[in-house]
Structure formats: structure tokens, C-alpha cells
Design a protein around this ligand. Structure first.
Ligand SMILES: Nc1ncnc2c1ncn2[C@@H]1O[C@H](COP(=O)(O)OP(=O)(O)OP(=O)(O)O)[C@@H](O)[C@H]1O
Ligand SMILES: [Mg+2]
Length: 476
């Protein structure tokens, strides 16, 4: 069947008719729609988060009448086309079903051809334009007009994790700030990040306020549910633990080893030093050991994480030298106090305090941070309100003796032991326990031999019981 490849009057009429009906439907649809509007566009800034907020709303569409009139006109147009004739008295649109179906199909085919041609032309044109312009991709442009303060907060927020990474590269870290400045929360974050990066560390926490309820929230800090045995609370226990660390340090020096890594976290350094020094101030044992450790221990695998009220610790006075090699952070309101910042930067203290003050006013948590070899900067501390839900999971230390017993206590071994026991019960041999049995298991005999006391002795007793029963049966 041959199709015409151009429109005749009847095809145009059908096209017009369909278009009119389609427009009428569209206008009707639009007249029912509501319209969204943007009512406000304002920056917001809350706890370490900044951005824009846009108010949206919806109204029933304005000028509804206009669309209804357009709909009416389209219907009228469709009616006119239906009733139009070719001037010779023949209707343009033949409404008899067979004729209409054929004309409609032809219209669709011609339209499709014309559409394809136009599309091809447009694509070819577009391509040659692009080639001529030498463009391969669309360009991307950025709008960067956030108000200055919002921008610093935004930028700093994205940098929050970066600064902590750098902060933790220093051998030891010290966090200062008044009560409720967020020192402990910051410690939780630090600890989490350290363990995320490397879980093969020996962690010790010395916290004289362990499990003391927070005066405001009532929450007790349990160091992310760390088992109790990792934490020392009493000054005498802390002191004993410190002396044990000292022994370990000497041992490592002797052997020249620096593994495994040891993390010692001392929360509330000032009060701890005071309680542990026994009234001797910085000549006390605790302060003496602390100075030694901060000075020498990093090379043997230690990392100290300290928190205290201020960097000037009368009791545990840390030399300027030592402090220069530590990562320091002054959190909370003190970060906006230029006097407090003098210890970090004499020349920039005022400027830094001002920057911190601006952020604090916007309810952003900040710290003045110093990383060895770099100038002090103001950094944002992210929202850590989830910190109390974090959890440190500890692996049980391997029970080496149990593992040994499981590997050696095979059915052959059991049979061998029961045979020996039977011969012993039957009076064939004297007790083989001390020699043959212990040799068979490769353990020394006696209650002070842990493998013997825990496993071998029991196994022998059982074997003897079984042998006695068997012997009775055999004698019956
Ligand atoms: N980064 C943070 N994000 C959200 N909340 C925080 C953050 N830091 C601290 N807080 C809130 O402030 C309170 C006090 O923080 P934190 O206990 O860490 O202070 P602190 O400096 O250790 O005080 P103290 O000297 O009394 O031990 C916390 O209970 C917590 O609700
Ligand atoms: Mg605290």
C-alpha cells in the first residue's frame, strides 16, 4: 500500500482536529493545577551545620479563567474543523469509520516522517555546531555567594574530620577547656577514630570521675561500654598502673621494641595529678613519670591522650619543649579567650579568639587547635551527641591453654588414657600419672603446672572412674 508523503487537506484537517482536542484537554488540566511558590530564602546556622532553607508553598493557579477560555476556544476550533468542507461540498474530514481510520493512519505516518526528518536535521545541526565550537561537554558553573561567616562554618565543617586526622598524627594529644567545654565528648570521638584506624592497641583509661553522673544530663560516661578492667579510677590504682607502664617502658627500651601500641587516656589530668602526687606537687611521682613518658615514650609505642582544665597545669607542668611536640586543643569558651590562647600563639591570639567568638555566637562548637609544626587554627567540632551510643567491643584474649587442650584431647588420646587407667586399676602397673601420662600430654606434673591442674588431672580421674566400672563388669 502506497502512502502519500505529504499532507493533503484532509490530513491537515485531522491534524488540526487532534491538536485542538489535545489543547483543550491540556488547558483543562492546567486550570485545575495549583502553583508552587518560593516564599523565603534564608541562611540558617545551628550546631555545626549551616545551609539555606527555602520556604515552599502552593496556591490554586492564578488566571484560571484564562485557561478555561482557551479550552473553550480549542473545542470550538475542533468543531469548526469537523464542519469545514473543501469548497466542492465534500467534508474535509470523512467521518465514515473506514475512511476515517485510513485517513487518520496516513496522517500519523506523514507526521512521523516529517518529525523524523526534522529531528535528524536538528541533531546534525547541533552536532556540527558543537564540533565547530570545539565543545565536548557542557560547562559547569558554580554560584558561590554564601555570606562569609556561613561559608567559614560550612568549610570548617567539611574539614572537621581532616583536622582530627592531622591532630592524631602527633605523638601525644592534650585537650584543655573548662567544665562542660566538651573535653570528654571530644575524647570519645578521638578514641573512636583511633580504634577505627587501628584496633590493635592496648588501651588504658585513667579516669578519677569514672561513672560519676553528669551534673546536667545525669548520664554516666562508661567510655563506650568499655569493660571495667580497662579503667582505673582510684588514685592508688592509677599510680600502680603508671608504675607498671614504667616497667614496661624500661623493658621495651631493653629489647628495643615499640609494639603493640599503647594508648593511655587520662581524663581530668589536673585533678588526677593532684590526687596522685600525694601533696608533692610537680615533684610527685605521678608528675615525674608523666614528664618522662611525654618525653620518651612515643618512640616505644605510647600515645598519651590528656584532658584538663587548662594547658597550664601547676601540678603536671609540662615543659615548653614537650608541649611543642604535642597536639593541643583548647575547646569551648576558652577558644574565644585571647589570654587562654596566648600559650598557642602570641601574635595571633586576638585574631583567633575573634574567629572562635563569631562561631560560638552561632552555636558552633569550636576548638583552637595546634598541631606540631603548624600555626594555631580555629576548628569546628562536629555534633557528637550520638557519642553516648557508641560502643567499643573488646575481644576476649585467646585462651591458649584451652586451645591446646582442644587440639590434644582426641579420641585416640582418650582411649590411650583409659587403657592405662584400666591396667592401673587392675593392678597390672603402678600409677602412671606422674611419668607416662604427663609425658604423653607433654606437661610437667603438679598443681602449679596450669595445664596439668586444669585438664590432665581431671581427665585422669575420669579415666580411672571409667576403668573401675569396666573392671567390675568384667569380673561379674
Ligand atoms: N561535640 C558535641 N556535640 C554535642 N554535644 C556535646 C558536644 N560536646 C559536648 N557536648 C555536650 O556538653 C556536655 C558536656 O560535655 P563534656 O562532658 O564532654 O564536657 P567536659 O569538658 O568533659 O566537662 P567536665 O569538665 O565536667 O568533665 C555533654 O554532656 C554533652 O551533652
Ligand atoms: Mg569530662
Amino acid at each position: 500500500m502506497a502512502y502519500p508523503n505529504r499532507y493533503q487537506a484532509k490530513h491537515l484537517a485531522i491534524l488540526g482536529f487532534v491538536a485542538s482536542i489535545a489543547s483543550a484537554v491540556t488547558f483543562w488540566g492546567v486550570s485545575l493545577k495549583s502553583e508552587s511558590y518560593i516564599g523565603g530564602f534564608h541562611p540558617y546556622l545551628n550546631q555545626a551545620q549551616a545551609g539555606y532553607q527555602i520556604d515552599h508553598g502552593k496556591n490554586p493557579i492564578r488566571n484560571r479563567e484564562f485557561y478555561l477560555i482557551m479550552m473553550g476556544s480549542s473545542i470550538l476550533m475542533a468543531g469548526l474543523i469537523l464542519s469545514a468542507d473543501d469548497g466542492a461540498g465534500n467534508a474535509l474530514i470523512d467521518l465514515r469509520p473506514d475512511a476515517f481510520r485510513k485517513d487518520f493512519a496516513e496522517t500519523a505516518i506523514i507526521t512521523g516522517q516529517i518529525f523524523n526528518e526534522s529531528l535528524g536535521t536538528a541533531i546534525a545541526g547541533g552536532l556540527s555546531w558543537a564540533v565547530l565550537r570545539g565543545k565536548k561537554t557542557a560547562e559547569v558553573v558554580w554560584l558561590n555567594t554564601a555570606p562569609a561567616q556561613v561559608k567559614t562554618a560550612l568549610e570548617k565543617k567539611t574539614l572537621a574530620v581532616t583536622w582530627l586526622k592531622e591532630f592524631l598524627k602527633a605523638p601525644h594529644a592534650w585537650i584543655a577547656g573548662r567544665t562542660r567545654a566538651g573535653k570528654t565528648f571530644l575524647m570519645l570521638w578521638i578514641l573512636k577514630e583511633i580504634l577505627k584506624a587501628d584496633s590493635n592497641v592496648e588501651l588504658r583509661i585513667w579516669d578519677i570521675h569514672y561513672l560519676k553522673p553528669d551534673p546536667v544530663t545525669g548520664r554516666k560516661n562508661d567510655w563506650m561500654r568499655l569493660p571495667r578492667s580497662y579503667v582505673q579510677r582510684k588514685p592508688e590504682d592509677i599510680m600502680a598502673a603508671f608504675l607498671a607502664e614504667d616497667e614496661e617502658l624500661e623493658r621495651r627500651k631493653e629489647l628495643g621494641i615499640n609494639k603493640p601500641k599503647r594508648i593511655i587516656l587520662i581524663d581530668e589530668l589536673n585533678s588526677t595529678a593532684k590526687a596522685c602526687n600525694g601533696g608533692k606537687g610537680k615533684d610527685g611521682e605521678f608528675s615525674r613519670l608523666l614528664a618522662k613518658f611525654l618525653y620518651e615514650s612515643a618512640g616505644y609505642g605510647w600515645k598519651f591522650l590528656l584532658s584538663g582544665q587548662a594547658l597550664a597545669v601547676g601540678e603536671a607542668d609540662i615543659s615548653e619543649d614537650t608541649r611543642r611536640n604535642m597536639a593541643l586543643a583548647i575547646c569551648g569558651d576558652d577558644a574565644a579567650d585571647s589570654d587562654a590562647l596566648l600559650r598557642l600563639s602570641k601574635s595571633k591570639a586576638k585574631e583567633l579568639a575573634q574567629e572562635a567568638g563569631t562561631l560560638l555566637k552561632q552555636k558552633v562548637r569550636v576548638a583552637c587547635v595546634q598541631i606540631p609544626g603548624r600555626g594555631a587554627t580555629i576548628q569546628v567540632i562536629p555534633d557528637l551527641s550520638m557519642a553516648p551510643t557508641w560502643e567499643i567491643k573488646t575481644k576476649q584474649p585467646q585462651d591458649a591453654d584451652l586451645a591446646w587442650w582442644k587440639s590434644i584431647w582426641t579420641s585416640e588420646k582418650k582411649q590411650w588414657l583409659e587403657t592405662l587407667a584400666y591396667r592401673f586399676v587392675a593392678g597390672e602397673i603402678k600409677s602412671p600419672l606422674k611419668e607416662e601420662v604427663c609425658q604423653g600430654f607433654g606437661v610437667p606434673y603438679g598443681p602449679r603446672s596450669p595445664r596439668y591442674a586444669r585438664f590432665v588431672a581431671d581427665a585422669w580421674r575420669n579415666a580411672v572412674e571409667i576403668a573401675k566400672q569396666r573392671l567390675e563388669k568384667d569380673e561379674e
